[in-house]
Write a protein that binds this ligand. Structure first.
Ligand code: UDP
Length: 257
């Protein structure tokens, strides 16, 4: 549908993010979902921002299924919550300071406490809630830069978090920023994740919908996403068949000459 996604699994995503952190320059990582794909289709600025990102990981089952239907070998989802936990462990063992930005007042702090409890040694360079005034954006970006963090988890929801990181790239300095949506709500314990069985069936989205019915409006784009992907898969298949027939025709003409 016009947006690039990297075919990485969890291990691959972690390796790529660690490599970006080692480079000591600004980098933007996107955790990409099906609803974002539909928004990106309608908003060229959002689409080009995602296509320019240093890494785009498949956050939802819809993105993984879409990629597979389009012939790409994508092994698994890289869910934001699990990515944050794994990064917490990696940053703790490598003494890489992190910053948590986003969520309602107190939530980033609670998420930081939970992460430090689970990953002893993790250095949290700072936290900041996500409901600051637009006029304070530059100051927030500078605070993150001056904190010494080398990884910033930015949980402002999409598309705000991607635009915010991109607009403040210069002020943020040499660190890796990852948009992580509602993950602090889960890590802090404010929201409970779907049971493992539900997740393994690829139904986490349905569980979240049942818990937070306000998500229905957003998820109304998902049937259209599925139809568009199916349409694209059919078109690509028929193009492949047509070009295979052309090649076969050209080969038989060639052998006759
Ligand atoms: N949020 C924020 N500032 C805002 C808007 C949203 O910090 O101006 C936070 C909100 O508190 C929530 C997260 O962004 O923690 C968005 O969560 P949601 O589940 O909607 O995001 P998704 O994971 O679907 O991108």
């Amino acid at each position: 549908l016009g947006t690039r996604v990297d075919a990485v699994d969890m291990a691959g995503a972690l390796a790529r993010i660690k490599a970006l952190i080692q480079k000591r320059r600004f980098a933007q990582v996107v955790t990409f979902g099906s609803e974002m794909a539909m928004l990106a289709r309608r908003d060229p600025a959002y689409q080009s921002l995602i296509n320019r990102a240093d890494l785009v990981v498949p956050d939802t089952i819809g993105v993984v299924c879409a990629a597979r239907m389009l012939g790409c070998r994508m092994r698994e989802r890289v869910p934001g919550v699990e990515l944050v936990e794994r990064l917490g462990a990696a940053c703790a063992s490598e003494r890489i300071p992190i910053f948590l930005l986003g969520g309602e007042p107190g939530i980033a702090q609670q998420a930081a406490v939970a992460l430090v409890q689970r990953h002893p040694g993790l250095i949290v360079a700072g936290t900041q809630h996500g409901y600051f005034a637009e006029a304070d954006s530059d100051a927030v970006a500078k605070r993150i830069r001056d904190s010494g963090a080398r990884l910033a988890l930015v949980a402002l929801g999409f598309p705000k978090q991607e635009f915010w990181v991109s607009h403040h790239a210069a002020a943020l300095g040499e660190l890796v920023c990852i948009g992580v949506g509602g993950t602090f709500d889960v890590i802090s314990g404010k929201l409970v994740r779907a049971p493992r069985l539900v997740r393994s069936l690829g139904l986490e989205w349905l569980y979240r919908l049942a818990r937070e019915p306000r998500r229905l409006r957003r998820q109304l784009v998902l049937p259209e996403f599925a139809l568009r992907v199916a349409g694209q898969a059919l078109r690509e298949r028929s193009n492949r068949t047509a070009s295979a027939q052309d090649n076969a025709g050209a080969a038989s003409n060639g052998s006759r000459q």
